[in-house]
Design a protein around this ligand. Structure first.
Ligand code: GLN
Length: 337
């Protein structure tokens, strides 16, 4: 479908192309191979069951906007999506309620504090500030349409499944483990409610949020989901429109400034791509108009971002020229006056 049908206006978009399929495939394999020996970082253990994962797992996937697929290593290994769900739920919320309403309710600025900070809420008069940290993500989940929390959960799961191009299932073990140990998120839900910033019953909203984090995905799925945001909202594998092109632009702007928590500035400076990470070890980075790269490896840095995934995605950003801020002169300097 022409984006103009949904947005009412045809916009200019950033451009650029990837080299041919074979070259991309070679570089994906190289990025995976180069960083397999990296063993720094630690596996998350604050959700008890996550501590049991094999730390050696390492998958990498790249999906091109034209549907080209590339998988390396454990790209088809399943893990819980965790915080990466925030970016896709945010996209669904903007699609449903519009740019302005979601901006007002949730906000778009970086808190500069850890993802599960309670202080960030207190410092900002109860405003969640940002949809990529838990407070803002919980407020965003509350915006899912539906008369009951079961309906809201189903809408959310269907929406994320459309991004992935397949029906995503709940990892019941991860859900049960987090539901038993998520006092902090429940406290955040209640705090938001006490400030009048949360629609709905806080425990129910946090339950839907806990479920969304326990959806089971692979690095390949994450790359398809990201590639949908790189492709103006159309899933490049199924051809189905999931959200409008404007929603992709809004979502990626927020993700660029906050997707890797308090390391987001450093990431954008070094790698130059909007990317979102999760505590189970996934990261997805989106190159608008070109495609998306997703990594999965469980060892994390101090902010909660997968170490190997960052290295492999960084490698591809450089070798494929994905950095959004990089340019070269249009004409050789000597031909100008
Ligand atoms: N479910 C996790 C939480 O809410 C997600 C956190 C993350 O991936 N950083 O704490």
């Amino acid at each position: 479908m022409d984006p103009a049908v949904l947005t009412g206006i045809t916009q200019s978009v950033s451009t650029g192309t990837l080299p041919g399929w074979e070259r991309v495939d070679e570089l994906v394999r190289e990025a995976h191979r180069r960083h397999t020996d990296e063993r720094s970082g630690t596996v998350a253990d604050y959700i008890p069951v996550l501590a049991e994962v094999d730390p050696e797992l390492f998958g990498l996937a790249l999906i091109e906007s034209d549907g080209g697929l590339h998988d390396a290593g454990d790209a088809l290994h399943s893990f819980s999506i965790q915080s990466i769900s925030k970016m896709f739920v945010y996209a669904l919320a903007i699609q449903e309620h519009g740019h302005e309403r979601v901006r007002e309710i949730v906000g778009v600025n970086n808190t500069g504090l850890p993802f599960n900070s309670v202080m960030a809420i207190e410092l900002n008069g109860g405003h969640p500030m940002n949809p990529m940290v838990n407070a803002g993500a919980i407020a965003t989940t509350a915006l899912m349409p539906g008369a009951t929390s079961v309906e809201r959960w189903e809408r959310l799961r269907d929406g994320l499944s459309a991004f992935a191009g397949r029906s995503l299932g709940l990892d019941g073990v991860v859900y049960a483990s987090e539901a038993e140990s998520n006092d902090r998120n429940r406290a955040i839900g209640r705090l938001l409610r006490s400030y009048g910033r949360l629609e709905g019953e806080p425990d129910e909203v946090v339950d839907v949020y806990t479920r969304q984090c326990a959806l089971s995905v692979t690095a390949h799925d994450l790359a398809v989901m990201g590639a949908t945001l790189a492709d103006g909202g159309v899933n490049p594998v199924t051809g189905a429109r999931v959200v409008s092109a404007d929603v992709c632009r809004d979502t990626l702007a927020v993700v660029a400034s906050t997707g890797l928590y308090e390391r987001s500035g450093e990431w954008l400076f070094e790698i130059g791509l909007p990317a979102k990470s999760g505590v189970s070890g996934g990261i997805v980075a989106v190159a608008p108009g070109k495609g998306a790269v997703a990594g999965f490896s469980p060892r994390l840095d101090h902010a909660g971002n997968s170490v190997r995934s960052q290295l492999a995605i960084g490698h591809l950003s450089r070798s494929l020229g994905l950095n959004l801020f990089a340019s070269a002169p249009a004409a050789p300097e000597t031909t100008r006056s």
